[in-house]
Design a protein around this ligand. Structure first.
Ligand SMILES: Nc1ncnc2c1ncn2[C@@H]1O[C@H](COP(=O)(O)OP(=O)(O)O)[C@@H](O)[C@H]1O
Ligand SMILES: [Mg+2]
Length: 248
């Protein structure tokens, strides 16, 4: 199968600090790929380059065969890569449904704004409701974002990311700060996402990683230490030595 995304010798440095070092990483269509590694290993910097929030120093990022390295975040999003952030950008005073509707409208763009027809408007609300159902928030549509629990806000962020109809979703620590029951909810949510959607998730919680990932890549000082199936990663002496053996 052709890779959906492939990085080739991706490099990024901040001055003399190399945070991405010749990274070759491949994500297949529909694959659930976990990116793990100690704090400061370069996971967020890597994902930021895929999303366009950080410019690579060198190398290529091929998405559906085209190099997207260095494109603006909006251009990358339009091509089919969406993401969530560790700090969310939700409109706290608006309802859950209004937040998702705005994201759907942003994706559907000017045609809908120009038409302003009742049908177009209804289409936006319907799509917003579908997205809320897909993350388990259909019962919370009319609540204000400020009334949501932390875990529910993270669910909402995923609905908003899905509004752009991505083929690849980047999740930066989707369970960080969650209680054990919220974490279980997030595992179920991610499992229930369409199988056609590929995921790259940065995750510290090994329970989440081993519950969800088809493949795991371990970053260490910006470079790929190992990449393989969960079984292969668990069996790797080198990975255990530098990472899995550590207390987290
Ligand atoms: N804007 C920046 N300027 C300088 N150094 C940075 C910047 N962003 C990240 N770093 C450094 O890059 C390294 C990797 O950080 P990061 O990608 O956030 O790692 P991770 O997500 O794996 O914890 C860290 O040493 C961090 O301090
Ligand atoms: Mg990080």
């Amino acid at each position: 199968m052709n890779a959906l995304l492939r990085t080739e010798k991706l490099n990024r440095a901040f001055g003399s600090l190399v945070v991405t070092s010749d990274v070759d990483l491949e994500i297949l269509p529909g694959e659930r790929h976990a990116l793990i590694g100690p704090n400061g290993a370069g996971k967020t910097s890597f994902v930021n380059q895929l999303g366009g929030q950080l410019q690579p120093s060198s190398g290529r990022i091929l998405f559906k065969g085209e190099d997207i390295a260095g494109l603006a975040p909006e251009a990358i999003c339009r091509r089919g890569i969406a993401r969530t952030f560790q700090k969310n950008n939700l409109f706290r005073g608006l309802s859950v449904r209004e937040n998702v509707r705005l994201a759907v409208q942003a994706h559907r763009g000017n045609i809908y704004q120009a038409l302003r027809s009742i049908q177009a408007d209804r289409g936006l609300w319907e799509r917003a409701d579908e997205l809320l159902a897909s993350v388990g928030l259909h019962g919370d549509a009319e609540r204000k974002v400020s009334e949501l629990s932390y875990g529910e806000q993270r669910q909402l962020e995923i609905a908003i990311a899905l509004a752009s109809e991505p083929e690849l979703l980047l999740l930066d620590e989707p369970t960080s700060g969650m209680s054990p029951s919220e974490t279980d909810g997030m595992i179920a949510l991610v499992r229930g996402l369409p199988k056609s959607l590929a995921l790259l998730m940065i995750e510290h919680d090994m329970k989440v990683v081993f519950s969800l990932a088809d493949r795991i890549t371990v970053l260490y000082y910006g470079a790929v230490l190992a990449s393989g199936t969960p079984t292969e990663i668990q069996a790797s002496a080198r990975v255990r030595e530098v990472y899995l053996g550590e207390a987290h």
